[in-house]
Design a protein around this ligand. Structure first.
Ligand code: ZN
Length: 275
């Protein structure tokens, strides 16, 4: 598989790469605004990412979190351009130590690349504009989104991807996701730049839909639990039978994880910031 498509949205450009073209979850968009590249794409797509990086002078490489599709080429880009990746402190820590990738993800993305990232600067600039890093754990404990307040753009990392999710990784947590979504929804933006879905107009509304969907799914799951249903039965009733990927991943990425995590959500004020 080669470069699947190129993106142009105002002054933003990007390429979508992926070993298998099986939809948004198996492909990845590397975005560039001015001299800044946000996330790197997976290591098994290095030759395509490399030509994209080489097509314009690179001034800054920002990472949103450590996952291999986002960081896999960070070390290679550093060696190629001399530009050291910048990442949240926790991300830099994980990339220094290295991390294990489940076999299914390794098949799609290749190996994790180690990288020496330095911390984000106090004054973050993307393109020529002031930007903010917003801490958004839940999908990954180190994840940050990057907001461009002046133009209302959000580089959303893996916070959005879809309005309706049907499966959850075993290391994801719905209650924490809801909190992160609420923190982001409190901000003003309208366009989401999702590395899987693409450019999402009316992105704030889409993210609100995802938040509302998860709260209502959690409510239904907890109702069924109160009626005496067990986890597997609740999952089947609300989301249907486990897909092949749930079984192949040994439930690492599954419907059952999503429902189990929904059962832990405090529905009194879901996603409320800690006081
Ligand atoms: Zn991720």
């Amino acid at each position: 598989m080669s470069v699947l498509s190129t993106y142009r949205h105002h002054d933003l450009d990007g390429i979508r790469v992926g070993r298998f073209n099986l939809g948004v979850n198996t492909t990845f968009i590397v975005y560039r605004l001015g001299g800044t590249v946000i996330d790197t794409g997976p290591s098994n797509q290095w030759r395509h990412v490399r030509s994209f990086i080489e097509s314009r002078p690179l001034e800054q490489l920002l990472l949103t979190h450590h996952h291999e599709d986002h960081s896999g080429n960070a070390g290679a880009i550093h060696r190629l351009t001399g530009i050291q990746p910048q990442a949240p402190a926790l991300t830099a820590d994980i990339l220094r130590r290295g991390f294990r990738i489940p076999s299914l993800q390794r098949l799609f993305w290749g190996a994790a690349g180690r990288a020496e990232a330095r911390p984000l600067p106090d004054q973050l600039i993307i393109g020529d504009e002031r930007a903010e890093a917003i801490f958004t754990p839940g999908h990954a404990k180190d994840m940050h989104c990057y907001l461009l307040p002046e133009r209302g753009w959000l580089f959303s990392a893996d916070l959005y991807i879809a309005n309706y999710l049907k499966m959850l990784r075993s290391d994801e947590d719905v209650a924490t996701l809801l909190k992160s979504m609420r923190a982001v929804l409190a901000r003003d933006f309208d366009t989401i730049l999702c590395p899987h879905r693409g450019v999402v107009e009316r992105g704030r509304e889409r993210l609100q839909e995802k938040y509302d969907y998860l709260v209502s799914l959690a409510g239904e799951a907890q109702d069924l639990q109160r009626q005496g249903f067990q986890l597997n039965a609740i999952t089947r009733r609300l989301l249907g039978k486990e897909d092949l990927v749930g079984i192949v991943s040994r439930y690492n990425f599954s419907k059952r994880n999503l429902i189990a995590s929904c059962l832990e959500v405090d529905l009194a004020d879901p996603g409320a910031p800690e006081s």
